[in-house]
Every structure is written in structure tokens, then in C-alpha cells.
Design a protein around this ligand. Structure first.
Ligand SMILES: [Zn+2]
Length: 200
């Protein structure tokens, strides 16, 4: 069993999410039923590259299974206080050879926070590689083979980059780490016992 109820990743534009939700355009991550507005989750501060912002994610309730789900903006990952783009930059810096102290200094964040992200990403790297490889081929069935990139973390980053590129080719411009957050349903840095959702 996953340790958390599935969240639905949504666009960061609140007005658009509101319109989609009230128009019945958002589907339940558990059963694909229609979601309806169901209040808000508690407010939280998200540290972004451009400064902190307060998020108050929407909650929704499914008409079919009656489950409630948090609608998490694609900026964020579940249970992380920092924007996914910032987390992704730290992971890429580590892959390029920087240590966690250097990265922490560069991003102006506590080194334990950085170390926590890097360790969790490394622990999940093989799961992430498999998940994003499936997504890459689901989005682009013509895709050629993905070659080994030099280690588990590098392979995971390569799969994320290729899946994000395939997503952009299919749906239009988007930021790679936000796409990764969406395709991983916000679970990119969750515990390894919390599986990624099936690719569909
Ligand atoms: Zn449902």
C-alpha cells in the first residue's frame, strides 16, 4: 500500500485549475471518475527560486469512488518545502560533480536539506529510471533505445530528460522538472516503499 493517498498534479495556474475542476475536466487518480471541488488543503509555504510563495492547494472529491485528493501544483513535490526546479538543480549539480555543501551554498539552503534530497533521489534512482523510461516510450513509441549514462543516478536523470523531451514534443513547452513532478505524481522524493503510479 502506498503511504499516502494519491495526489493529482495540476498546472500552477490557479484560475485554470479552478475552471477545470468546476467544469468536471479533472479525473480521479484512483479510478478515473470525475472530480468535484472539496475545499482546500492546509496552506503551506513553498520556497521557490524567485522567493517564497504561499500555496493553498485545492482538494477534490471523486463522484465515483468518493475518495478525496489534494491537487498539487506541478511546482511542488509531496512533503517537500522547495520548488521541484530547485530540487532538480541540486540533483543535476551533484551529478556534475558538486558536493552537498557547495550546492547548499549556491542555493542558499541548509546542507542537510540538500543531502536529504540527494540521498533519497539516489535511493529511488532505479525506480525512477524504470518509471520515466516507461513514460518516455508511452509518450513517444518511436523512441530509440535509451543508452546507459554511467551509473544509477545518471541513468535516472537521462530517463527523466528523455521523458520530459517526449512530453514537450507531444504537448508543447514545459519545464523538465515540473514535467517530472507531474509524471511521478509528486512522489519523486518519497520513500522507496511508495511506488510511482502506473503509466497510462
Ligand atoms: Zn475515484
Amino acid at each position: 500500500m502506498p503511504e499516502v493517498a494519491p495526489v493529482l498534479m495540476v498546472c500552477a495556474e490557479e484560475a485554470r485549475v479552478e475552471a477545470e475542476l468546476s467544469g468536471g475536466a479533472l479525473v480521479c487518480p484512483s479510478c478515473r471518475g470525475t472530480l468535484r471541488p472539496w475545499g482546500h488543503a492546509r496552506a503551506r509555504v513553498l520556497r521557490c527560486a524567485a522567493g517564497s510563495r504561499v500555496l493553498r492547494p485545492r482538494r477534490a472529491r471523486c463522484r465515483s469512488c468518493a475518495g478525496t485528493h489534494v491537487l498539487l501544483p506541478e511546482l511542488a513535490l509531496l512533503r517537500r518545502r522547495d520548488e521541484v526546479v530547485v530540487i532538480g538543480a541540486a540533483i543535476e549539480a551533484k551529478a556534475a560533480g558538486a558536493g552537498h555543501r557547495t550546492i547548499a551554498g549556491r542555493l542558499g539552503l541548509p546542507k542537510d536539506t540538500i543531502r536529504g534530497w540527494l540521498r533519497r533521489f539516489a535511493a529511488r534512482a532505479e525506480q525512477a529510471r524504470v518509471h520515466f523510461t516507461r513514460w518516455a516510450f508511452a509518450l513517444d513509441p518511436e523512441l530509440g533505445p535509451i543508452l546507459p549514462a554511467g551509473g544509477m543516478v545518471m541513468d535516472a536523470l537521462e530517463a527523466i530528460a528523455i521523458a520530459a523531451r517526449a512530453w514537450v514534443l507531444r504537448f508543447g513547452a514545459g519545464e523538465a522538472w515540473r514535467i517530472a513532478a507531474t509524471l511521478a505524481a509528486g512522489l519523486l522524493l518519497c520513500n522507496t516503499s511508495c511506488p510511482f503510479p502506473p503509466v497510462r
